[in-house]
Design a protein. Structure first.
Length: 171
């Protein structure tokens, strides 16, 4: 009986010691799977359409807008903006958001669905208001002629209007 316990304990320790190695291998496999999945998607009609959009003047304009703010996003620093519209482009399905101008470019500043009326302070914004945006991400879609900034933190007149709550169960 004690031999079984010792052998079982040694086997358990061996498995725990190999756990980081297995995680590294599985991470490489996941990245390979992602790349393969992306290549497969790029050959679909939707993927082909997206690649054509990226190469079009509209797609290049969106990517140029992203490039203008990339450093601020990466470093999570303040971006001064002016509100240009209190509504998003017609047909958008991004939830609550406004249009802003940063460094001479137009952007969609999106916050997501307003399920808990959490954007009450943001609804006090007016066209031409000067705000300070902090964000970690920007996205794009062929449906929209503007880069889409995720609003993580918004200030007006040095007063915090909105701060995105941390992800539940995340870091």
């Amino acid at each position: 009986m004690s031999l079984v316990l010792v052998t079982g304990s040694a086997f358990a320790n061996f498995n725990n010691q190999n756990a980081p190695f297995k995680k590294g291998v599985s991470k490489a496999i996941v990245n390979t799977d992602k790349n393969a999945t992306k290549k497969l998607w790029e050959s679909t009609p939707e993927g082909i359409k997206f690649k054509k959009w990226e190469a079009s003047p509209a797609g290049k304009k969106v990517y140029a807008g992203e490039a203008k703010i990339r450093k601020s996003l990466k470093e999570f620093t303040n971006m001064e903006a002016a509100v240009t519209s209190l509504s998003l482009p017609p047909g958008s399905k991004l939830g609550y958001g406004v249009m802003v101008r940063i460094k001479g470019e137009e952007y969609i500043l999106a916050f997501g669905p307003d399920s808990k009326n959490e954007f009450k302070q943001l609804r006090t914004l007016k066209v031409n208001d000067k705000i300070v945006i902090r964000s970690r991400s920007v996205s794009h879609a062929p449906k929209y002629a503007f880069p889409i900034i995720a609003g993580d933190q918004i200030e007006r007149d040095n007063k915090l209007l909105y701060k995105r709550p941390p992800n539940k169960g995340g870091c």
